[in-house]
Design a protein around this ligand. Structure first.
Ligand code: ZN
Length: 193
């Protein structure tokens, strides 16, 4: 492998991977999100399948995969280019793939995003970490109380207030901050959350 380059940016960035907001970074307020590609092409795909037009079905699948990859490349490049540390949660699609969110999980392409982040980070000499994100969405990033909404039903809750300190949190943004803290802890040897 070639010697890594030097980081272009100096931000330490925690990343929460999600379904609706596919990528939320701790250092910016707005998420990186795109349309659900599977859903966008669902009708056309169904029609082609029912008509048994195999080449058409293949072409639509290719278009979806291409759009997903293109978006993932642009997003991960933008993130890594301003970073010196990138920390991402180890959210697993297997856990959610049997739920009603299965299609969104598949569409989100989390492992593709992680693969690209790691590859680009290595190339630029940016430190890359994956951390256990089990408590990231229920832990208050201000006071560390586990006071957030829990369970699958909580996925619909975007904003919550910490019962312990009164802090108001955007769920994904709060999670991104917790993920960053876990990543920093792995660097300094402090036990994780
Ligand atoms: Zn709190």
């Amino acid at each position: 492998m070639d010697a890594p380059g030097l980081p272009l940016g100096d931000n330490e960035i925690g990343i929460d991977l999600g379904l609706k907001n596919q990528v939320m970074c701790s250092d910016v307020d707005a998420p990186y999100s795109r349309e659900n590609l599977t859903r966008t092409h669902e009708a056309a795909l169904g029609m082609a399948q029912r008509a048994r037009k195999k080449p058409r079905v293949k072409a639509i699948h290719r278009r979806i995969a291409h759009a997903r990859k293109d978006w993932a490349h642009k997003t991960t490049t933008a993130i890594v280019n301003r970073a010196t540390l990138v920390v991402v949660g180890n959210v697993s699609s297997a856990k959610l793939s049997k739920t009603r969110m299965a299609k969104s999980v598949y569409d989100a392409g989390w492992s593709q995003l992680r693969t690209l982040l790691e590859y680009k980070a290595r190339r630029l000499g940016v430190t890359y970490r994956e951390v256990n994100e089990a408590w990231s969405s229920v832990t208050c990033a201000d006071c560390l109380a586990r006071s957030g909404p829990r369970g699958l039903s909580a996925l619909g809750v975007r904003v919550w207030t910490c019962a312990a300190c009164g802090g108001v949190h955007d769920r994904d943004h709060n999670a991104a901050h917790n993920i960053l803290r876990c990543g920093r802890a792995t660097l300094s040897g402090i036990p994780r959350l």
